[in-house]
Each structure stands twice: as structure tokens, then as C-alpha cells.
Design a protein. Structure first.
Ligand code: XBP
Ligand code: MG
Length: 252
């Protein structure tokens, strides 16, 4: 049996390319419906992403626009509720797609008896719909969402909660993430971590990751190996054997 017992995946930017054409669009539609002049373009959204959690992102932005705190206290949750509903609609329309190689890896893990979990800063309102739509039948045993932890990433709580629910020690589990905030969260929970960067996160400081790729890769279309500090020997296709070789590389 493989020493790898479970893999905990991030969702946004990792399993799915959801930020630029999903969340960003939903935030802008919510602003429009509320009669607000704000619109987040692709570049600005990359900066705003460094604040995890949609409601916190809105609140921080409104503060920067000079909206007083008492107004923000009502406006940010209301905007975020509407944004969550709009995002769910985009999910149902199929706007948000899984990254190439994700299905291959998940199917291999399931076949080999490795347990699957999710630790995301996103809200359950759209997360479960998305997982069921994208990966029907590939049930994630544990799904920890942003609205059920006290502290969002980069705090480790999402990953420590996933480990608690899996009833596993960190040394049997690997995390797959896409960002510096996610990496900090996973490493804080004691997890060895593979990073699969996207356009928004390529420039992040990812030094503490055991392995950094620019995609999951497919046989015949491997991803670029950006960093392999754990010495996995990965040739650009993230598979179970590669993830198992990351075990023990928890603290960078
Ligand atoms: C994802 C997030 C989320 C999404 C928006 O971070 O920070 O806030 O951007 O989703 P990670 P919500 O991938 O590190 O979990 O609006 O539902 O928060
Ligand atoms: Mg992410």
C-alpha cells in the first residue's frame, strides 16, 4: 500500500480556473446590480486576490474607496451573498472548467484507494455545486469551506480541519495548492505541498513548496517543472507516485 493516504486539494486556481472568468465576473455583476461604479479588471483582480475570501476582499476594497465602516458592515455581506448566487449560476452554466490533468490525477488516486479532501477559502454555496458538476461520482470525503473556519488562508485552520475530519496525521497527507497564501496555510498545518501555478500565482513566493509545476500535465503534454526541492524527479505529469515522494517534505 502507498504511504500516501489522502490528498487535500485547494479549489480556486487549483482544481479549477475559477478566478478570472468566474469569481471576478460575479463580483462585477453584483456591483452592477447594486448600482455601484466599481469594476475589477483582470490585472487589478490579481492584486485583490491576495486578500482571501470574497467578503473580506470586498470589504477591504470598499475601505480603500473610502466607504465608512458602518456602511461596509451591511454592504459587504449583502454584495457577497449576491455574488455567491451569481457565481453558482456561472457554475451551473459551465463557465468554470477543471484544469487539464485534474480528472486524470483524481481518477488515479481514487483507483489506488487514496482518500480525497478539499480545503478552500471559497463559500460552500458554490463549492459543492462545482465539485459535483465537474467531477460527478468522484466524491470528496471531506470538504472544508471558507465559511466554516474562523480564520481563512493563509491561516492553517482549513487544512488542520481537513486533517481532523480525515482523522489522519499530516505525515500521511499531501496538499495541492496554487498560491502563496494556500502554501502558507498547508505548510502551517504540517503538510508537504505541491503547487500548480496559474497566470495569477506564477510570481508568488513559493520557496517552501516541495514541488512547483505550471499545470498538472498529461502524458504527451507535460507541464513545466518550475522547482523540485523535494527531489521527486517529476517529469511534468503530477501523479500519485510523485505526490507520495513529497511525503516528508513538510517544512521546506
Ligand atoms: C480562494 C478565495 C475565494 C475566492 C472567491 O482562495 O480566496 O475567496 O476568490 O470565493 P483559495 P468566495 O483558493 O486559497 O481557497 O467569494 O466564495 O470567498
Ligand atoms: Mg487557490
Amino acid at each position: 500500500m502507498s504511504p500516501l493516504e489522502a490528498v487535500v486539494f485547494d479549489v480556486d486556481g487549483t482544481l479549477v480556473d475559477s478566478e478570472r472568468d468566474g469569481h471576478r465576473v460575479a463580483f462585477n455583476l453584483a456591483f452592477e446590480e447594486f448600482g455601484l461604479p466599481y469594476r475589477w479588471d483582470v490585472e487589478e483582480y490579481g492584486r485583490l486576490l491576495r486578500t482571501t475570501g470574497g467578503q473580506r476582499r470586498i470589504d477591504g476594497y470598499l475601505a480603500g474607496q473610502g466607504v465608512p465602516e458602518e456602511e461596509r458592515a451591511e454592504l459587504a455581506p449583502a454584495l457577497h451573498r449576491r455574488k455567491t448566487a451569481l457565481m453558482s449560476g456561472l457554475v451551473d452554466e459551465g463557465t468554470v472548467g477543471d484544469r487539464p490533468g485534474v480528472k486524470r490525477l483524481l481518477e488515479e488516486l481514487v483507483e489506488e484507494g487514496v482518500r480525497l479532501a478539499v480545503a478552500t477559502t471559497g463559500s460552500r454555496g458554490w463549492v459543492e455545486r462545482l465539485l459535483e458538476r465537474l467531477l460527478p461520482g468522484l466524491a470528496f470525503e471531506v470538504v472544508v469551506c471558507g465559511d466554516e473556519v474562523a480564520e481563512r488562508k493563509p491561516d492553517p485552520e482549513a487544512f488542520t480541519t481537513a486533517l481532523e475530519r480525515l482523522k489522519l496525521a499530516a505525515d500521511r497527507v499531501v496538499a495541492v495548492e496554487d498560491s502563496a497564501e494556500g502554501l502558507e496555510s498547508a505548510v502551517g498545518a504540517g503538510l508537504a505541498t505541491a503547487i500548480v501555478v496559474n497566470g495569477y500565482t506564477r510570481g508568488h513566493d513559493l520557496d517552501r513548496a516541495g514541488l512547483v509545476l505550471d499545470g498538472f500535465g498529461e502524458p504527451g503534454a507535460p507541464a513545466e517543472v518550475i522547482q523540485d526541492r523535494a527531489g521527486t524527479g517529476c517529469s511534468g505529469v503530477l501523479d500519485m507516485a510523485t505526490l507520495a515522494r513529497l511525503l516528508g517534505f513538510a517544512t521546506g
